[in-house]
Design a protein around this ligand. Sequence first.
Ligand SMILES: *[C@@H]1O[C@H](CO)[C@@H](O)[C@H](O)[C@H]1NC(C)=O
Ligand SMILES: *[C@@H]1O[C@H](CO)[C@@H](O)[C@H](O)[C@H]1NC(C)=O
Ligand SMILES: *[C@@H]1O[C@H](CO)[C@@H](O)[C@H](O)[C@H]1NC(C)=O
Ligand SMILES: *[C@@H]1O[C@H](CO)[C@@H](O)[C@H](O)[C@H]1NC(C)=O
Ligand SMILES: *[C@@H]1O[C@H](CO)[C@@H](O)[C@H](O)[C@H]1NC(C)=O
Ligand SMILES: *[C@@H]1O[C@H](CO)[C@@H](O)[C@H](O)[C@H]1NC(C)=O
Ligand SMILES: *[C@@H]1O[C@H](CO)[C@@H](O)[C@H](O)[C@H]1NC(C)=O
Ligand SMILES: *[C@@H]1O[C@H](CO)[C@@H](O)[C@H](O)[C@H]1NC(C)=O
Ligand SMILES: CC(=O)N[C@H]1CO[C@H](CO)[C@@H](O)[C@@H]1O
Ligand SMILES: [Ca+2]
Ligand SMILES: [Ca+2]
Length: 571
Amino acid sequence: MFHESVIVCFVAIAALSSAAPPPPPSSSPSGEWWRDSFIYQVYPRSFKDSNGDGIGDLNGVTSKLDYFVDLNISAFWLSPIFKSPMVDFGYDISNFTAIDPIFGTTNDFKKLTTEAHARGLKVILDWVPNHSSDEHPWFEKSIKKIKPYDDYYVWKDAKIINGTRHPPNNWLSIFLGSAWEWNDKRQQYYLHQFAIKQPDLNFRNAALRKEMEDALVFWVKNGADGFRIDSIPYVYEDAQFRDEPIVPNSGKPADDPATLKHIYTIDQIETYQLVQAWRNAIDSLGGEKKILMTEAYTSLPNTVKYYEYGSNVPFNFMFVTGLNNHSTALDFKRSIDGWINNIPKGGNYIANWVVDNHDNPRVTTRFGSLRADQNSMLAAVLPGLGVIYNGDEIGMEGLQLSWKQTVDPQGCNAGPERYASLSRDGERTPFQWDTTTSAGFSTSNITWLPVNPNYKTLNLAAQKNVPKSHYGIFKKLVALKSSEIIKSGELQVILATDKVLGVVRRLPNTTPIVLLINFSNDAIQIDASAWMNIPSNMSVYTSSVSSNISLGAHLDTTSLKLNGASAVILA
Ligand SMILES: *[C@@H]1O[C@H](CO)[C@@H](O)[C@H](O)[C@H]1NC(C)=O
Ligand SMILES: *[C@@H]1O[C@H](CO)[C@@H](O)[C@H](O)[C@H]1NC(C)=O
Ligand SMILES: *[C@@H]1O[C@H](CO)[C@@H](O)[C@H](O)[C@H]1NC(C)=O
Ligand SMILES: *[C@@H]1O[C@H](CO)[C@@H](O)[C@H](O)[C@H]1NC(C)=O
Ligand SMILES: *[C@@H]1O[C@H](CO)[C@@H](O)[C@H](O)[C@H]1NC(C)=O
Ligand SMILES: *[C@@H]1O[C@H](CO)[C@@H](O)[C@H](O)[C@H]1NC(C)=O
Ligand SMILES: *[C@@H]1O[C@H](CO)[C@@H](O)[C@H](O)[C@H]1NC(C)=O
Ligand SMILES: *[C@@H]1O[C@H](CO)[C@@H](O)[C@H](O)[C@H]1NC(C)=O
Ligand SMILES: CC(=O)N[C@H]1CO[C@H](CO)[C@@H](O)[C@@H]1O
Ligand SMILES: [Ca+2]
Ligand SMILES: [Ca+2]
């Protein structure tokens, strides 16, 4: 016991002396309304159905705007709502300037933005530039080599080996198998980095670039306050179409993209220049500032590079893919410090913390239900912007579907043996509003994905007036986000022990804000006061549902006990 605490102390000292990255910029460049707020991702199919067809829609979102006001988020972003055959549930777009009838009409969108703006809320659209649907008229014309569409997609001749047709190179699709699909009519292969029905657009063609930029401008003129750009690293590929090197001993099947080192299919420099061009195009329209958020699952240097090319929010996915329920307090500290320290200096850029999204198992699945609040608490106390996914704020849980119920192409392509870990349906089930039919999501009892049966107890209505609920806690977090100490206070990320992560925000002559997270089940009693240089008597601002500490209680931080997997914010 004594021996263990000696080691613990050493870690804490080492951490303290090397910690304290420079404080984040405190002056907010005027008009950047997203700073120091939470942004909320709406998955429209699953949020609220207004017409009883079992699929969420725009009028459904409009009917819930007062909920966003209640949450006090600054903005919400909508996964794609454009015309689509829905093979990849809207990520396969067949008209970039039309709303899909499943979601409503252009007028419904205008109504949504008008009513949102009237409530001080901003609306962000999901922009999917890498590919269109194969049912887009451009693709149909491209197959027929009708100008200028002939060159709107990435076409290549077959490689003939011993008289047999082969794809032009070894590139693999994210959804498994060759990234090339043979088209009999055109007698060429087309590139698809995602599904076969999602041909990659050719951004080396100036006319295509112009069409896409015009579409962005179209939506801004119709009320969009900015864009979340999907899968941005994939937009350009190597102009010479070279084979990608093979990862030695990946242990993956040959059709899995993890077997290749992606040096020619992602992160090309032209991709960054394209984001800058879009930045310039939407800025030139004037009016209120527009936000650009970029989705890039890539290395940290390649992610933060987007800051310098006009992205306000290069999504930080450390809580989504980098860390999991095996991560230690030290892993968290290293990742957080790494992000803060890698933000380019001098640009007044802000950090961001993505808690969850529609492509990864829910936070409750990845970290366990006891830790449902932990990452939102981090996103609130750390500087910059927090991004949550619908349902996080009530601790919604993933649902494991049967093979027969699976509809996600990433699951379907994987087949009955492999779908369970690859399908994204589990995190996309309908929002759980209350205990009525289909959890209040739809008047229909048949919904596009089944409602999680736990809605009878886990729903918004059950938490609405309960301070110590996920929802009650999240509301406290949003309020904290806009406080001066979180906006501009000094940041320290400290290992209070090797099992307990501490985040402290300080302003002169003010009680600090202290977040403590217990990462283990080892019995350690800590003197947080000495190690973290915080007052010995602090009150509980909020604590996780899993914590037995009461809100508003006063705690003696010289001898602090947190129960397993719990987190607390002291003030
Ligand atoms: C997309 O839809 C809009 C609105 O319905 C229409 O005016 C336009 O022609 C369509 N674009 C294409 C390429 O089909
Ligand atoms: C092509 O055929 C020749 C003769 O049968 C054989 O030696 C060679 O290995 C084949 N090449 C490939 C790439 O399969
Ligand atoms: C930890 O995460 C894995 C993978 O997401 C999951 O299977 C496991 O149940 C989790 N464990 C706990 C205790 O939450
Ligand atoms: C769904 O509703 C229909 C019509 O009201 C009813 O007959 C049916 O039993 C319901 N099914 C379920 C699973 O609740
Ligand atoms: C709502 O957010 C705004 C801006 O972030 C903040 O000024 C305000 O105090 C918040 N309101 C509440 C009730 O937390
Ligand atoms: C902690 O502070 C509160 C409020 O100032 C006070 O009521 C309480 O007695 C203090 N507790 C201790 C142990 O000093
Ligand atoms: C919380 O639980 C832990 C262990 O489960 C216990 O030691 C501690 O006294 C409890 N704290 C409160 C405030 O009830
Ligand atoms: C962490 O949780 C365990 C299990 O409930 C508890 O015994 C321990 O005291 C906690 N650690 C700290 C530092 O609070
Ligand atoms: C997080 C996210 O939106 N991922 C999307 C990336 O792009 C593919 C193809 O457009 C989608 O399937 C994913 O959902
Ligand atoms: Ca509907
Ligand atoms: Ca591409």
